[in-house]
Design a protein. Structure first.
Length: 579
RNA sequence: CGGGGUGUAGCUCAGUUUGGCUAGAGCGCCUGGUUUGGGACCAGGAGGCCGUAGGUUCGAAUCCUAUCACCCCGACCA
């Protein structure tokens, strides 16, 4: 492609609404432009990159035995009502009423549609297993789109769904997808961490996330020191801190006036207490059930863990519910005396490190001190559960190993779904033994745009992007530097040779000074640069430079083509893991 | 959804506090010339309903009201 004819509008200035490097660089390098919050138009160079990524994904998926299909991005609401996921997704799911009054949703994902397809087409175990995938636009009306393409409303996702006759078959495909994902991300030049994402519910290794560690990531990855175990902070289990069971000769509970002190910080400051002595009490609702959750003051409840322990979905209680339960304003709840009024008391291990603590008095503007767990509120009993329900923090251990924390971008997830969708949507088949069974399912997603953004996050410098060749918009950029017909002709010649040999080449034939071309070449991040200038041309040489290295090699003009083709092969080989 | 902020040239932003504007700068764009290896220089030029709609005023980018868009923070409060 000739630069003079291409729409690659690079800009010098950092756009004011771009916060993280990948977002800034994608705008600056002319890869995309924003249309509205969370939606972007991909310009030629940006679209080339996306296509490269999609082709790698497609290639590996096809090799794995999956079959590509394409499902509609407008789906009937009825399907979602059948699985109840219209409620789960809530306002994140965009929907509209068509002219006939039918409700439609803009696909945020496609489990319903694909399961509906399977329900109609799969009748026999002989058709199983099967793995269907698509690469398509998804829409999620995020409550807060941000970070450019990392959390956008419209994005491209590869989503695959597998159907099986038995668990063993699902396990097999799951493993195949797991390996396929490793190859996909490696080929995209990404260093990933595989994170355990689903700890209990479905048993064992139900789900893994593929995460790219980098500063701008929205997820927090927790790893054991030896790297053998990695998990998302939302699930990260921690060892229980040693419980204290000192002598029981504590003073009786005593009320203290704490006017208008509601938060942990306020109470600590007011009573000159350490947050480690406080028992934080939170009221949750689960349908009509009330759940009281306790955690030590310096920790935070982890809603995901709490949900697992509670065994069902939960939400924080509203003000009215709390007032009705505690008889006090919000901010003064405590476990003493109200346990008969709740359905479940869930206590984090950390509370048991408190011998005599401070907590809310269930009376506006009052707290109580000398609160002894087990004496003043139950720590055993039918509706009392002691569990790990708090967020892991620096200093925690798991199985005796110190936990480390880093941020990451989630680029892919593999998931064992079981029969959740097949039962609700009637995806049944007749098994060998002539009994009717529900398909066991798995699903496997990859965020195409996120691959692009994370590649930039982890591979860039002050001048711009440094693409791995597998997903670069072009393999080579030719920058004639200086004017003169000989230079232009030599550049043109190399361009024609390389293009004919199948390389993807951008010829910077613009009427611009060398400096401008070099800056743009670096910003765009094309892996190989060929420069032809007056000096080297006089010696019948061209200069070859890799974007990721500073070294410049002079190569005789007649050898440039071969040399470049070799370089392309070499760079590609570095990324072709086992392919 | 709650809190905060910003809307002025294609982009980045001054100007708004204290109304007087016939609205500015840098970058980008167009013309001509000189240049030409790391975002050149000179000269000339195009480009704005100051987000939108009302209002106050002799007079509004500036003050008031409403509204829309975009951005940031938060949605863990006990």
């Amino acid at each position: 492609m000739r630069y003079s004819e291409a729409l690659i509008p690079t800009v010098k200035e950092v756009p004011s609404d771009a916060e993280i490097p990948s977002h800034q660089l994608m705008i600056r390098a002319g890869l995309m432009r924003k249309l509205a919050s969370g939606t972007y138009t991909y310009l030629p160079a940006g679209w080339r990159i996306l296509k490269k990524v999609m082709n790698i994904v497609r290639n590996e998926m096809d090799k794995s035995g999956a079959q590509e299909i394409l499902m509609p991005s407008v789906q009937p609401m009825e399907l979602w009502q059948q699985t109840g996921r219209n409620v789960d997704y809530g306002p994140t799911m965009a929907h509209f009423t068509d002219r006939h009054g039918r409700e439609n949703v803009l696909a945020p994902t496609a489990e319903e549609v694909v399961t509906n397809l399977a329900a109609g087409e799969i009748n026999s175990y002989k058709q199983l297993p099967i793995n269907l995938y698509q690469i398509s636009f998804k829409f999620r009306d995020e409550f807060r789109p941000r970070f450019g393409v990392l959390r956008s409303r419209e994005f491209i996702m590869k989503d695959a769904y597998s159907f099986h006759a038995d668990e063993k078959s699902l396990d097999d495909t799951y493993k195949v997808m797991y390996e396929t994902y490793k190859r996909i991300f490696s080929r995209c030049g990404l260093k990933y961490v595989i994170v355990e994402a689903e700890s209990g519910e479905m048993g064992g290794s139900g789900s893994h996330q593929f995460t790219i560690p980098c500063e701008s990531g929205e997820d927090v990855i927790v790893q054991t020191e030896d790297g053998s175990y990695a998990t998302n902070i939302e699930k990260a289990p921690v060892d229980a801190l040693p419980a204290k069971t000192g002598n029981k000769n504590y003073k009786p509970v005593e009320e203290i006036n704490t006017p208008n002190r509601k938060t942990i910080e306020e109470i600590c400051a007011f009573l000159k207490a350490n947050a480690k002595e406080l028992i934080k009490t939170l009221v949750y609702k689960s349908g009509t059930d009330l759940i009281l959750a306790l955690v030590r003051g310096d920790f935070e409840i982890n809603p995901e863990k709490l949900r697992c322990v509670a065994g069902k979905s939960i939400e924080l209680a509203d003000e009215q519910t709390i007032k009705a339960l505690t008889g006090a304003e919000v901010g003064f709840a405590g476990p003493i005396g109200i346990t008969p009024k709740i359905n479940k008391l869930i206590i984090d291990h950390s509370v048991l490190t408190i011998e005599a603590g401070i907590t809310g008095a269930n009376k506006t503007d009052y707290h109580v001190k000398n609160v002894v767990p087990g004496r003043d509120f139950p720590i055993t009993g039918k509706n009392v559960i002691i569990a790990d329900i708090r967020n892991a923090v620096q200093g925690d251990t798991y199985k005796g190993q110190k936990l480390t924390f880093k941020r990451g971008i989630e680029v892919g997830q593999v998931f064992k779904l079981g029969t959740k969708y097949s039962t609700k949507l009637g995806a049944k088949f007749l098994d060998k033994d002539s009994t009717e069974k529900f398909c066991i399912m798995g699903c496997y997603g990859i965020g195409i745009n996120r691959i692009v953004a994370s590649a930039i996050e982890i591979s860039r410098d002050n001048d711009g992007i440094i693409w791995p060749i597998s997903i670069a918009p072009f393999d080579v950029i030719i920058t004639p530097a200086g004017n003169g017909e000989e230079i232009a002709a030599a550049a043109e010649n190399i361009y024609n040779e390389l293009t004919a040999a199948g390389a993807e080449v951008l010829l910077d034939d613009r009427d611009a000074r060398g400096g401008v071309k070099f800056k743009d070449a670096d910003l765009l991040g094309i892996p190989i640069r060929v420069t032809i200038g007056a000096k080297s041309l006089a010696e019948n040489n061209a200069e070859i430079k890799l974007r990721r290295e500073s070294e410049i090699t002079k190569v005789p003009l007649v050898q440039v083509k071969e040399k470049i083709l070799q370089l392309i092969e070499k760079l590609k080989a570095e990324l072709n893991v086992g392919a």
